[in-house]
Design a protein around this ligand. Sequence first.
Ligand code: ACM
Length: 296
Amino acid sequence: MLLKRPQRTIRNNGACFRLHKLLHIMIKKIGFAQFEVEFGERQANFARVDALLKNTDAVDLLVLPELAFTGYEFKDRAEVDSLAERCGDGPTTDFLRRIAQKINAVVVAGYAETDGSHYYNSAMMVLPGGETHNYRKVQLFSRENDLFSPGDAAPKAYDTPAGRIGMMICFDWYFPETARLLALDGAQIIAHPSNLVLPYCQKAMYARSVENHLFTITANRVGTESRTGRTLIFTGGSQVLDPDGQVLTLAPTEGGFLGITAADISKADNKQINQYNNLLSSRRTDLYGSLLAQDS
Ligand code: ACM
């Protein structure tokens, strides 16, 4: 749906300029699938998503959890190797292409990626036509550091039929710079595949949404894994937040759940807080140099 909205002035990096294109209201159906992931059982995990989508014909954007089809707690790199895939080539890509086509959606899901001698904890974005974009988790959490290489590129936003979408993965939320980079790249929606075990993220994403004035979709998993002498409890509570921090849809802490909501994603284009403040151009970048220093 496309409706016209009046022209306005925005500021960007201190330079005030007219926004020449008209802003458009863009209603999109966006959301997530939350489910219990069975370690190493890729086909069974595909089937869980199929079951959740059984009565769904059209969605614009669907986000699935981190490491959505492999499970999370790999014992070692050999186990990662046995389940990792290349972006755009493998059973996970095939499955994501199939559901992207079925529901005519952009689909984002976490997966274990192999490339040369490296493994990455990655997210793949698959467009309805099958094209892919890839993101490699930049901030690895805990034991992930023994298993994966950290992402080698800053996150980026991509124009898609569901809007301009960026990806970050789970623990990336702890570093506000990750979401800010996506906001600076024009993301209207942050797709956030997750396997959350700490209790803070769902609340913290309120801040990520508000401070960047954009939509965030955190797709978490549920269930437990006890594969390395510790028990991980995944906290569910997947959510879609709007740029004002309103919860548009929220999953319970347990059980499978498909959460889809209609949203005007053009709301994310307005970074003006009031007549004086714009959340991007009002940044005091002249004072932020020490943010880039490694020692603190
Ligand atoms: C996490 O980053 N999976 C906690």
